[in-house]
Design a protein around this ligand. Structure first.
Ligand code: HEM
Length: 407
């Protein structure tokens, strides 16, 4: 039995320390969690993501109070009850819709910052892998949420994506029916995607965020020069009052105050979108109720899935599926395909510099092409070249990085 001080006042520091080790937790997670000084505002994106997820959770809880997961009621519960009957229902919906779109913009920025600075290497592999798990889970969360208003795009995107599980020539229609709970998307489909969206996937995301933060604690975050800092030595200097000479600062309150500043600027931009440009996050076709007998002329996913959708489209049925499957998981392999020992910004890393920009531009081109109807031959060819370039870049990565000179 541990020793308890009978005289400690309930809920005093000592009382809490004896029961919850509050001071130790605070030291390990805040005041002695050391962050390099040499990092810029792009390192605030992780906290911006965490805050946006928080906003999605809160706005989602308000929407959940009036949403009805039933194919006869879902469309009206969103487009009529929440949008016009419930006080400020429109605001919660716009916050949720804009948040779901913007969170992907920030995820992509956060990922490409990590790629640019080589933050997935030298002890940081698990940070990258847990981040990728978050990306995949967020994608499933966004897709399942898109089903809920039960509009035309919900229905037909649900149809197209679940059809992919038939595996092309494998013709695994039994699997597709099992996923849908019916021959076509219907009530069973809507209810299970509702469960995934409001329970299972958010729980998984919360667990993965904890894991992601855990994987950051020992390797610490990278810095703008990829410098291998001796965190213990730098921390001793800081604690000895030599704040200027030390290369690190404590996470809380020093670094956190910078994070909060960046979050403030971000939220101005965020609420500007919520109040003045929410329509970019709402597809007009989805304001028509789902109709299984009326296929929309052009079915496309939300902007953040367009690059991988464009990898699926230009190839034949089976090849497209394989290409699409590889594109979904290839980023997991990044820490192992990059064979260079250098942790440094891409600008200092020989051919990798070109690789980085080529990959970014290629994915932007794929995104634009993915939105266009497949009927135009010129755009279809550009899409095909961009998809082939995507794979060529991944094949080239281990070759060019193996030859990279040690800095
Ligand atoms: C969506 C939820 C996510 C949250 C809440 C989150 C949060 C964070 C936070 C707070 C940090 C530390 C500060 C920073 O560098 O920004 C971080 C670092 C990192 N994250 Fe994420 N992240 C998420 C998704 C991802 C994804 C999708 C990836 C990429 C696959 C990723 C890869 C990384 C890497 C490599 C670092 C280390 C950066 C460094 O050492 O400089 N994260 N993340």
């Amino acid at each position: 039995m541990a020793h308890f001080d009978e005289n400690a006042k309930p809920f005093s520091q000592k009382w809490l320390d004896e029961r919850l080790a509050v001071s130790t937790l605070k030291r390990v997670l805040q005041t002695e969690y050391w962050i390099p000084k040499n990092i810029n505002f792009l390192w605030a994106m992780g906290m911006v993501l965490a805050a946006t997820f928080g906003i999605l959770l809160v706005s989602g809880i308000f929407l959940l109070m009036y949403y009805k997961p039933d194919t006869n009621l879902a469309f009206d519960s969103v487009n009529y009850t929440i949008m016009s009957e419930v006080g400020y229902g429109w605001l919660w919906r716009h916050i949720h819709g804009v948040g779901a779109s913007v969170v992907f913009l920030i995820i992509y920025i956060h990922m490409f910052v990590g790629i640019y600075y080589g933050s997935y290497k030298r002890g940081r592999e698990l940070i990258w892998l847990s981040g990728m798990l978050l990306f995949v889970t967020f994608s499933a969360e966004a897709f399942s949420g898109y089903m809920l208003p039960w509009g035309q795009m919900s229905y037909w995107a649900g149809m197209v994506i679940t059809n992919l599980f038939s595996g092309g020539s494998l013709e695994a229609y039994g699997l597709v029916e099992w996923i849908r709970g019916d021959y076509v998307p219907g009530d069973a489909f809507l209810t299970r995607f509702f469960m995934l969206h409001v329970l299972l996937l958010p729980l998984a995301i919360i667990g993965l965020i904890v894991l992601h933060f855990g994987t950051l604690r020992l390797p610490h975050v990278n810095n703008q020069d990829g410098e291998e800092i001796d965190f213990e030595e730098a921390a001793e200097l800081y604690k000895a009052g030599k704040v200027k000479e030390s290369k690190v600062i404590p996470f809380s309150p020093v670094f956190l105050s910078k994070d909060v500043f960046v979050m403030g600027v971000y939220f101005i931009f965020f609420f500007y979108l919520v109040f003045y440009h929410f329509e970019f996050a709402m597809d007009p076709v989805n304001f028509d109720p789902a109709d299984g007998l009326k296929t929309p002329a052009h079915i496309y996913p939300e902007w953040y899935f367009l690059w991988s959708y464009e990898i699926l489209r230009p190839f034949s049925k089976d090849l497209g599926l394989i290409a699409f499957g590889i594109a979904q998981v290839i980023f997991f392999a990044l820490p192992f395909l990059d064979r260079s020992p250098n942790v440094a910004p891409a600008s200092r890393r020989g051919l990798f510099k070109y690789w980085f920009w080529a990959m970014l531009i290629d994915m932007i081109i794929l995104t634009f092409m993915g939105k266009l109807p497949p009927t135009d031959a010129l755009f279809a060819n550009i899409g095909l070249i961009a998809a082939l370039t995507f794979f060529a870049l991944w094949i080239a990565l281990p070759i060019i990085t193996k030859k990279e000179k040690k800095l």
